[in-house]
Design a protein around this ligand. Structure first.
Ligand code: GLN
Length: 483
């Protein structure tokens, strides 16, 4: 049963082929067997999962089951979960147990899902390889010597290895799409404001957005149905009706206008990745889509702008971790200042410290205008490029990542090289736009991700285009050997 998608599991549970309890136990056994090598989970919540599964079975017996009742999922370890520790991949929060659930956790639980555990991630969601996690890197199920991507690498690897059919992630600059691409699964970053950020440990608040990760676009739609919606506890969540994302999945895409941003096919793109994307474009042509070349002239500024705004917001958000209210506190502090310094010095890892330093510098009185303000202005120009492109086309298509999964350690000591892993994903966060990644073949024996970027709140159309591609191809069904 572990090879079934959420939609297939939902049908099998409804048909009584097995119970939620049997399914949950089977996946917990798989996690027990495979996770020591993969390191995809930081915490496994077996007892709670079995209790939730029993509840789901009781609901079904009472005739109250919905499409997600009894479906096992996992949460990235930055969604607060009442009574279950939430580490954010950091020593700083190694002992943190939240008193409440994030809205996303609450909504998915209310829809009947069963939480199997919390997944590994880059520390405070800063990274593209999962190597900044205090709990060690996640291994890519396609090749354990390569990275899973980041920062939602644990969720991506767990789904790819069939330890769980779906999981949550967050995406500040690519952290859902890039690991989805590198692990050969599907992942969606919704429009900023579509999904509540309440109870999600903040990295860069104006960019962070939670979204679903699963094997198919259909499963993403099922999960998004439960996750999306206005939340009075998040002032940036948008009061706007949530459509049923499954309803339009199968609509024809004949005449769909897709733009190919020429900046996404130039220097830096691996040739074999490019070939897989070209083949996907051909497939879309067969499905009736029409292609036009478009330009996003400011896209080369996305990475530098992101690495001013992201760290600036992080330096502010992470100031709450001071050893006083919660989180790690150093041993035997001499005085208050010593406690602040050593608690933060010992609790945070190198990448997090690097970004706090960059962000504090960019926000400091003498440099605010030159860096932060300038970055915000360029951010507006980047968004305007998209607005202009969407006057001509319905969505944009390109590679998710310039390369396939790279080797563990390969970019660890070269932050700039690491930051370039997200050249194609970051702009959608700066512009607040929805974007997804789906499997589109292989290069160098590893999965290639195809990215679609849409207009504000056009998730339904992106999922429709992704689903049609998955009906015509079977890249999404490819399974890493041994799983
Ligand atoms: N990889 C990017 C970074 O290191 C994006 C991270 C994210 O989306 N959370 O910041």
């Amino acid at each position: 049963m572990h090879d079934k998608t959420i939609a297939e599991l939902s049908a099998a549970l409804a048909a009584g082929e097995f119970s939620a309890l049997e399914l949950t136990q089977a996946l917990l056994d798989r996690i027990g067997a495979q996770n020591p090598a993969l390191n995809a989970f930081i915490t496994v919540t077996a007892e709670q999962a079995l209790a939730q599964a029993r509840e789901a079975d009781a609901k079904r017996a009472a005739g109250e089951a919905g499409p997600l009742t009894g479906i096992p999922i996992a949460h990235k370890d930055l969604f607060c979960t009442a009574g279950v520790r939430t580490t954010c991949g950091s020593k700083m929060l190694d002992n943190f147990i939240s008193p409440y659930d994030a809205t996303v956790v609450e909504k998915l639980a209310a829809a009947g899902t069963v939480m199997l555990g919390k997944t590994n991630m880059d520390e405070f969601a800063m990274g593209s390889s999962n190597e900044t996690s205090f709990y060690g890197p996640v291994k890519n199920p396609w090749n354990p010597e390569t990275v899973s991507g980041g920062s939602s690498g644990g969720s991506a690897a767990a789904v790819a290895a069939r330890l769980v059919p779906g999981a949550t992630g967050t995406d500040t600059g690519g952290s859902i799409r890039q690991p989805a691409a590198l692990c050969g699964i599907s992942g969606l970053k919704p429009t900023y404001g579509r999904v509540s950020r309440y109870g999600l440990i903040a990295y860069a608040s104006s960019l962070d957005q939670a979204g679903p990760m699963a094997r198919t676009a259909e499963d993403l739609a099922l999960l998004l149905n439960a996750m999306a919606g206005f939340d009075p506890r998040d002032s940036t969540s948008v009061e706007r009706q949530v459509p049923d994302y499954t309803e339009t999945l199968a609509a024809s895409i004949k005449g769909l206008k897709i733009g190919l941003p020429k900046e996404y096919f130039g220097e830096g793109l691996d040739g074999e990745v490019g070939k897989a994307i070209e083949a996907a474009i051909e497939e879309y042509r067969r499905l009736g889509a029409e292609f036009t070349e478009v330009s996003l002239p400011n896209s080369r500024l996305a990475v530098p702008v992101y690495y001013v705004i992201g760290p600036a917001e992080a330096s502010s958000n992470l100031s709450r971790f001071d050893g006083v209210r919660f989180g790690y506190r150093c041993e035997n502090p001499r005085d208050l200042e010593d406690m602040y310094k050593r608690s933060r010095g010992e609790g945070f890892g190198e990448e997090v410290k690097r970004r706090i330093l960059i962000g504090t510098y960019a926000l400091s009185a003498g440099y605010y205008d030159a860096y932060y303000l300038k970055a915000q202005q360029v951010r507006r120009l980047i968004r305007e490029d998209f607005v202009k492109a969407f006057e001509q086309v319905d969505m944009l298509l390109g590679p998710t990542s310039p390369t396939v999964a790279f080797r563990l350690g390969e970019r660890r000591d070269d932050p700039v090289q690491m930051y370039l892993s997200d050249v194609y994903t970051i702009a959608a966060n700066l512009a607040g736009l929805p974007a997804l990644s789906i499997p589109a073949g292989f290069a160098h024996g590893l999965p290639v991700g195809l990215q679609l970027i849409g207009r504000d709140f056009d998730e339904a159309r992106l999922l429709n285009a992704a689903h049609k591609f998955q009906q015509a191809t079977d890249w999404h069904a490819a399974r890493p050997e041994g799983y």
